[in-house]
Design a protein around this ligand. Structure first.
Ligand SMILES: N[C@@H](CCC(=O)N[C@@H](CS)C(=O)NCC(=O)O)C(=O)O
Length: 210
């Protein structure tokens, strides 16, 4: 399998964590979102992912799956063990709630294209920073209220953690103050000790700049 990825893309980072937790190997193909106007906008990449975003997973048969949630669900269904979702239906829903808050309500508001659109509408960097900080803080306030008091988000490592860690990396990159989020910071400290999260981290990616 080939994973089209960018080291600091939070959606790519989610998929890298899911792959690592499941012990699945892929060939990483870096797509630089910045260089030369963005390699994701070039015809070669658009032929792979018509949406022009990362990640994309190309299967050994050549089929391509885009959208991190679709990729992660595919991996979960194809390689169910170790599971990212618990057996209990309500517990599964709890993981999906956190994934949806992050994947649907936080991350899309600070994506590269969205921030560039703000810049294109004559907003300066202080507006962009305030915008990003607002949506990340608001969303993480919800996540803090949803997750539990011990271990990973809901005890054992799972889908919620796959979404949370990349979002925290982005929050720190945008200088969002996370100190009020005691549960979230507990999960972050725990995950950063876990080999799957370490292997998937942006700093461990070959396309990371020196
Ligand atoms: N909902 C998509 C989001 C994908 C996405 O927006 N990826 C970002 C990087 S994290 C991207 O490729 N951005 C390029 C751009 O905005 O131009 C997913 O979960 O895969």
């Amino acid at each position: 399998m080939d994973l089209f990825t960018y080291y600091r893309s939070t959606s790519s980072y989610r998929v890298r964590i899911a792959l690592a937790l499941k012990g699945l190997e892929t060939n990483a193909i870096p797509v630089n979102l910045i260089r030369d106007g963005g390699e994701h906008r070039k015809p070669d990449y658009l032929a792979i992912n018509p949406q022009g975003r990362v990640p994309a997973l190309r299967l050994d048969g050549g089929e391509v799956i885009i959208q991190s949630m679709a990729i992660i669900e595919y991996l979960e269904e194809r390689s169910p063990s170790p599971a990212l979702l618990p057996v209990d239906l309500l517990e599964r829903a709890c993981h999906r709630e956190v994934a949806a808050v992050i994947g649907c309500d936080i991350h899309p508001l600070h994506n590269v294209a969205v921030l560039n659109r703000l810049r294109g509408l004559a907003h300066g960097e202080s507006d962009v920073t305030a915008w990003t900080g607002h949506w990340i803080t608001e969303g993480l306030t919800t996540v803090e209220a949803l997750i539990g008091d011990e271990g990973f988000c809901f005890g054992n490592v799972g889908l919620a953690d796959v979404y949370l860690l990349p979002q925290l990396y982005a929050a720190r990159r945008f200088n969002v103050d996370l100190s009020a989020f005691v549960r979230i910071c507990r999960v972050e400290a725990l995950a950063l000790q876990h080999p799957a999260f370490q292997n998937a981290h942006p700093d461990a990616q070959p396309d990371r700049p020196e």
